[in-house]
Design a protein around this ligand. Structure first.
Ligand code: NAD
Ligand SMILES: O=C(O)C(=O)C[C@@H](O)[C@H](O)[C@H](O)COP(=O)(O)O
Ligand code: ZN
Length: 364
């Protein structure tokens, strides 16, 4: 098992990663000063049926914790204020108090929503992330919590760090192949941002399915370390943290336009390609590096072309992205494999050009 450390303004917290990490949860609760608290485990109706949920219940029972499950419907369409209101109601019904603890058991949807509930219920209760998807190697770290609005992704939220993250990689054994691949998009994103060696290792041996834990752990830890380094330098996204958003300015718009038919990682893969095209058009990135990115995404079975033909629909959603200042649009664009830069003067017309070009010669 490996431990990474995140230094937040509120508190420093450990990220435990490895097969069997869940057995460390009572220790982690105790280290965070949360012994003998009441626990609400927020999860979704798919994760509730998985072995990892039974395992969590077993661990809590063994340590005599008083716990209850609060179950929400699976899927990004439910990462909403309506679902948060439902969860607040369930917590009130069970008499959940300020001193009690929320455990987010699930992928990024559960983590973001449960974290948002934790940040806001009675003005804030402690919470713990127990990620269960590969994609959540990203979402469980860094304290961004929130929900979507009909107008755009993650438009309401907070920076609210968990007390600890316990990532038991055995959870990934029940993940469907599509969800594995979905998570690989953010692993590739982390390699693109800050680890050219990881990028090359994935080129040499693509991970189309969950490998043996001894092989997976260092790869996962390297991807997570890229995020940890950025978050530790700029927790509240004053500047540098925007690099973690590469692929997302267009990707979020694509994700929402698909009405969440596309997974987050699938949409981000398409966004990464289009934003790499934009970087090439601006003379920031070589065509060779762009082609390596496209090949790596393809090798992992990720989509690389958008489906939504109406750029106006995409532009409407890009417009509400949280990164933009008052002048142009702000994008995080790749400069090289292992380096991303924030650009603040992107014109809508440039994005339209790369977007519409993606449909040219599509049947060739
Ligand atoms: N806060 C952040 O920093 C951050 C970072 C990246 C992504 N996100 C957010 O994360 C979300 C995407 O996360 P996701 O892809 O994990 O989606 P998700 O939580 O919807 O999980 C994907 C699917 O896998 C199922 N699932 C989860 N764990 C499983 C398991 N162990 N076995 C079987 N099925 C399982 C879920 O029920 C769901 O149907 C998006 O809303 C995105 O905006 C947030
Ligand atoms: O942690 C970050 O910062 C990220 O940008 C990670 C992204 O992968 C993630 O999807 C995040 O939720 C996007 O944040 P947002 O600020 O664009 O909503
Ligand atoms: Zn993301």
């Amino acid at each position: 098992m490996r431990t990474l450390t995140i230094v937040s303004e509120r508190h420093t917290y450990p990220v435990l990663v490895g097969a069997g990490a869940l057995s460390q949860l009572p220790w982690a609760l105790s280290e965070a000063g949360l012994d003998e608290r009441r626990i609400a485990v927020i999860t979704d109706d798919t994760v509730r049926q998985q072995p990892i949920a039974q395992e969590l219940a077993h661990v809590l029972e063994q340590s005599s914790y008083d716990y209850s499950f609060v179950v929400i419907p699976a899927g990004d369409a439910h990462k909403s204020l309506d679902t948060a209101v439902y969860v607040y109601g369930e917590l009130l019904t069970m008499g959940f108090r300020r001193g009690d603890v929320i455990v987010a058991l699930g992928g990024g949807v559960v983590g973001d929503l449960a974290g948002f509930v934790a940040a806001t219920y009675m003005r804030g209760v402690p919470f713990i992330q127990v990620p269960t998807t590969l994609l959540a190697h990203d979402s469980a770290l860094g304290g961004k919590v929130g929900v979507n609005l009909p107008q755009g992704k993650n438009l309401v939220g907070a920076f609210y760090p968990p007390k600890t993250v316990v990532f038991d990689t055995r959870a990934l054994l029940s993940l469907p192949e599509r969800q594995w691949v979905n998570g690989m998009a953010e692993v590739i994103k982390h390699a693109l941002i800050g680890d050219a060696n990881l990028f090359a290792a994935l080129e040499a041996q693509p991970l189309r399915e969950c490998p043996d834990p001894t092989f997976l752990e260092p790869i996962l830890a390297d991807a997570m370390q890229v995020k940890v380094n950025v978050v530790n330098a700029d927790e509240h996204e004053a500047g540098l943290r925007q690099v973690l958003n590469v692929g997302h300015t267009i990707g979020h718009a694509i994700e929402q336009c698909s009405h969440y038919e596309l997974g987050h990682g699938e949409a981000i893969a398409i966004g990464l390609v289009l934003e790499a095209d934009l970087a090439v058009m601006r003379g920031m990135l070589t065509m060779e590096a762009r082609d390596r990115l496209v090949q790596l995404l393809r090798a992992h079975g990720l989509p690389i072309r958008p489906q939504e033909r109406d750029f106006a629909e995409i532009a409407k959603r890009i417009q509400v992205d949280k990164k933009h200042g008052r002048r142009g649009w702000t994008f995080a664009l790749p400069q090289a494999i292992g380096r991303v830069e924030v650009v603040t003067d992107i014109e809508e017309d440039e994005v339209r050009r790369v977007y519409e070009r993606a449909f040219e010669g599509e049947n060739a």
